[in-house]
Design a protein around this ligand. Sequence first.
Ligand code: B16
Ligand code: MG
Length: 213
Amino acid sequence: MKYKAIVFDLDGVICHTDKYHYLAWKALADKLGIYFDEVINNRLRGVSRMESLEIILERNTGAPLSDEEKVKYATEKNDLYRESLMQMSTADLSDEVKDTLDKLRAMGLKLAIGSSSKNAPLILNRIGLPDYFDAISDGNNIENSKPHPEVFLKAAEYLGLEPEECLVVEDAKAGLEAAIAGGMDCAAIGDAVSSGLGTYNLATFADLLTAVE
Ligand code: B16
Ligand code: MG
């Protein structure tokens, strides 16, 4: 086996909360009269909440926001986003993802989460995996979000492994850059494939089973 563990990004890899992020940011951008679309939204993948707001504000043609206003609007977006998360259930975890995770574990691999999100524990609860992973590193235990490698280095540390013993799975360019900066191999899925940065490119989540052999 090439690796001892796999560290999974959450949003866009294990489940699809990305559409809820988009709708909540879109509602805020519309309220502020700022242009926002799905192409800009792709730049928010893996990026922290406050950094996401800064990307949206690049198109602000009105008065600049104060730091207090930025915190207020980011909180408003998060409240709306968390309302959407409450609609999620175990049905939002696909059979393909759950079966693949179970097979990887049966192969002897440790499984961890490496997510920029402060809402990761809530999301894992909603999809029925609150205690499934061997380690969780998320937006609550980091100072620097992706593309900084901290979230993945902490995941390796929590697993008691060296970074090079772990494979990262990511749907975001910023996430692949973070893995590479941390000295880790990475598997790209979804939008991240086109960046060309992945050690492996996955057409489906189940392709991981052959990538790790
Ligand atoms: P929150 P990931 C990331 O999750 C999302 O991709 C990104 O769009 C979001 O801004 C970030 O979490 C922070 O999320 O506002 O919930 O703390 O892809 O790293 O699992
Ligand atoms: Mg992601």
